[in-house]
Design a binder for this molecule. Structure first.
Ligand SMILES: C[S@@+](CC[C@H](N)C(=O)[O-])C[C@H]1O[C@@H](n2cnc3c(N)ncnc32)[C@H](O)[C@@H]1O
Length: 247
């Protein structure tokens, strides 16, 4: 084992990751070799370990879903602050369900829905909801087009951003290529999924507050995609932003 650890250390795997991989392998040398080789090829550690931590809780993740970003906790915090007694929340592009489940656990009186274009991701989200013992309805949908639910008061969205130069501080481009590509890159580019989402919401004639992750995109570019007449608030953080649109 010592020699193997040294081999992978020399290949560039950081010591703290090697420590975790040794822990996961639990003395099984051939398993250690396999998982560390996977890590060498930049498979996200969260897939190897089988879970990601978000808002202080564990969510099972695997190749069917995007690995939640720590930055997205800012988006969730802003949403939670805006919820009232009668609020209902729809999480678009729910992935492993981390946002929807967090919203339900933090605001148990709110009705929470989640949807995704990817049916395999929904399997993971439903399993995570069972694990966290929360009642959330998950649907397969293209944005909100295929949903037959009452208009939610709040919509939260962390959508594909479509440009490899626009990744968040905690992202690693090679790791992103291991994730479902419909989760990461929109073929038409940055902010296109939010433009499409807004159109989808308008077609329904819903009037929610929409909280979305605008990431590293500057305020003027974000404002460019919001139709006239909607109230827009751009909330900057360190190298990251959230946008709130009130319909
Ligand atoms: C960046 S991931 C975010 C996943 C999760 N919300 C999170 O924060 O970890 C984007 C998610 O949007 C989903 N998605 C992409 N296009 C979509 C669309 N048109 N309608 C609904 N979901 C979509 C992807 O399948 C993926 O799960």
């Amino acid at each position: 084992m010592e020699q193997l650890i040294l081999y992978f250390k020399n290949k560039g795997i950081p010591s703290e990751e090697l420590d975790e991989l040794v822990n996961i392998a639990n003395g099984n040398e051939s398993f250690f070799r396999r998982i560390t080789q996977r890590r060498l090829l930049r498979e996200p550690l969260a897939y190897i370990r089988g879970y990601a931590t978000f808002y202080g809780r564990k969510f099972d993740v695997d190749k069917r879903v995007y690995v939640p970003n720590p930055e997205t906790e800012n988006l969730v915090r802003l949403l939670l602050d805006d919820l009232g007694a009668q609020s209902s929340v729809l999480d678009i592009g729910t992935g492993c369900g981390s946002i929807a489940i967090t919203a339900k656990l933090e605001r148990p009186n709110s009705k929470v829905y989640g949807c995704d274009i990817n049916p395999s991701a929904l399997e993971v989200a439903r399993a995570n909801a069972r694990r966290h013992k929360v009642d959330i309805s998950f649907f397969e949908s293209f944005y909100v087009d295929d949903l037959a639910i009452d208009a939610p008061t709040h919509i939260i969205a962390d959508m594909p951003w479509g440009n490899e130069t626009n990744i968040l501080g905690t992202d690693d481009l090679l790791e992103l290529h291991h994730m479902p590509q419909e989760a990461v890159f929109h073929p038409k580019g940055v902010l296109e999924s939010y433009r499409e989402l807004i159109t989808s919401i308008q077609k329904k004639n819903w009037k929610p507050a929409l909280f979305f992750e605008s990431g590293r995109v500057g305020e003027s570019h974000v404002r460019d995609i919001i139709p006239e007449g909607l109230n827009v608030q751009y909330v900057p953080f360190d190298n990251y932003s959230v946008t709130v649109v009130r319909f």
